[in-house]
Write a protein that binds this ligand. Structure first.
Ligand SMILES: *Cc1c(COP(=O)(O)O)cnc(C)c1O
Length: 496
């Protein structure tokens, strides 16, 4: 076939010019077979995860494959799938593996994987409009409101993660403090400089949220913590009083339910009392720790969370919904909407039809087009039930305590922070910061375990965060064996 004006050959597939074809498969039966095989492959991958290295770095030749020019021509899906199997699947982070203990990563579940595939098939845009995706997201909001003791009419929105949820929570607090005129007038019109308060152990995204909001991280007071890692409320009250004397406008307290370094919990009741007394917005960063509210046994650790104005948390960490799935829950639905509502002509609501509906998710954050994150969260909660998620959270804490006990029995190690939840911070006794680092990198590179590093009291510290629902006490024991082997190897290298 040739182009009538240029005489050039026209690209075709199955005799039809490409320009006239949709992107659907030419051969549905073949697509079906390849897809089923790919799904089986991923199910095998998850079922046999333990037999593979936790992590392996991608070789240079593999990395180079992802530095190629934009492909102009089609390729057979079978070949692309084969690339995925050989060049992508083996070289990801490793957080599905039971010996992955680095940072605070969720492990995902096979159910979540299935839900992601179904959501992609529906390809619903959950920014708004009149469709069931919006109802599923509202159902999630009501479930989380129930779990945290919020009113039934609380508002909520899925976002990428807790960093984003904290940022949105801060914007609501800012606008409620200054009045919604700040949306148009900006911060320069404010009568005084806003100040916010969080603990010195708060996640770095809180300072970043102040920067992004235009308030500035210099106006975030990092309140010292006590020996357990909780914000000192005497120092908090003093900092607020001092700022008021100086003419600042305190507006926000951010409590942490589960610090990223050690899993420490702020006393949320005390923070709520101070926020009430001082008329400040009380926001909780509960990225992973807030979910202990699902467990009857652990719930007392987050007592007072029900008094927050807003809570940011992740479904992709301790609830194991596949990445990404963060959530912002806001007590005052009207305040939430006021900060973000967007009534551009093309978003106008209709009395009926597809444009109907009062509040759309695009009124609750800056995202307009957004995927169906609620579906994988709904699948996870419907399939497992909150009690089963709670049981796996409880088990993570038991495994952490088991690991702590094992390490305390070995004079070679010192546990350097209280194990309040699921994070064990320790060092090789008497060894340099460099050696702690070398040990962690060695374990990671051997692919046997993946703890991570942090800094506590100015010293490099090894951190094992037990988040994975697949990690048992047997894995904690294996981890200790690998640790001992690595320490010996390090010592031999140093003295050898
Ligand atoms: C992980 C974490 C965050 C950041 O959440 P993301 O989902 O990675 O954006 C914030 N705060 C705490 C306490 C965390 O553990």
């Amino acid at each position: 076939m040739r182009d009538v004006s240029t005489g050039d050959p026209v690209p075709t597939a199955h005799g039809v010019p490409l320009a006239d074809r949709s992107l659907d498969p030419d051969d549905w039966q073949r697509f079906r077979e390849l897809s089923h095989r790919a799904l089986d492959d991923m199910i095998d991958h998850l079922q046999t995860i333990e037999g593979r290295p936790v992590w392996q770095p991608a070789p240079q030749a593999v990395r180079a494959r992802f530095d190629r020019p934009l492909p102009r021509k089609s390729r057979d899906l079978a070949h692309v799938l084969s690339d995925f199997r050989s060049h992508i699947k083996p070289y990801v982070t490793g957080n599905t593996h039971p010996l992955f203990m680095g940072w605070v990563h969720g492990a995902g579940t096979p159910v979540g994987m299935l839900a992601e595939m179904l959501a992609a098939g529906l390809n619903a845009n959950c920014g708004g409009r009149n469709h069931i995706g919006i109802d599923v997201e509202r159902q999630m909001t009501r479930w989380f409101a129930e779990a945290f003791g919020f009113p039934r009419d609380a508002s909520g929105v899925f976002v990428t993660g807790t960093s984003m949820a904290n940022f949105l929570g801060l914007l609501i607090a800012r606008n409620e403090a200054l009045g919604q005129s700040v949306r148009a007038d900006g911060l320069r019109a404010a009568s005084a400089q806003l100040t916010a308060y969080t603990s010195s152990q708060a996640h770095g995204c809180i300072a970043q949220a102040l920067e992004l909001s235009g308030i500035g991280s210099r106006n975030l007071r990092l309140v010292p913590v006590d020996a357990a890692g909780a914000m000192r409320h005497d120092r908090l009250a003093a900092a607020i009083a001092e700022d008021r004397r100086q003419g600042y406008l305190p507006f926000l307290i951010v409590g942490t339910a589960g610090t990223v370094n050690t899993g420490a919990m702020d006393d949320l009741h005390v923070l709520a009392d101070i926020a009430e007394e001082q008329n400040l917005w009380f926001h909780v960063d509960g990225a992973f720790g807030a979910l202990v509210a699902l467990s009857k046994r652990l719930r007392p650790l987050v007592a007072g969370i029900e008094r927050a104005q807003s809570i940011a948390f992740d479904l992709h960490k301790w609830a194991h919904v596949p990445y990404d799935a963060g959530f912002l829950l806001v007590r005052d639905a009207e305040a939430h909407r006021r900060t973000f509502s967007n009534r551009a002509a093309y978003l106008q609501r209709a009395p009926r039809g597809l444009g109907a509906g009062e509040v759309w998710p695009c009124d609750l954050g800056p995202d307009l087009s957004r995927g169906f994150r609620a579906l994988k969260a709904w699948f996870t909660l419907e399939t497992f039930g909150a009690d089963r998620i709670a049981a796996s959270i409880e088990r993570s804490c038991r495994v952490a305590r088991h690991l702590e006990r094992r390490l305390r029995k070995l004079p070679m190690f010192e546990v350097v922070a209280p194990v309040a939840l699921n994070i064990v911070c320790f060092r090789v006794r008497g060894a340099s910061d460099k050696m702690q680092e070398a040990l962690v990198m060695d374990l990671q590179e051997r692919g046997v375990a993946a703890p991570s590093l942090t800094v506590l009291d100015g010293r490099t510290t090894i951190r094992a965060a037990i988040v994975n629902h697949r990690t048992t006490t047997r894995h904690a024991d294996l981890f200790v064996e690998h640790l001992l082997a690595s320490v010996l190897a390090q010592l031999q290298a140093e003295t050898g």
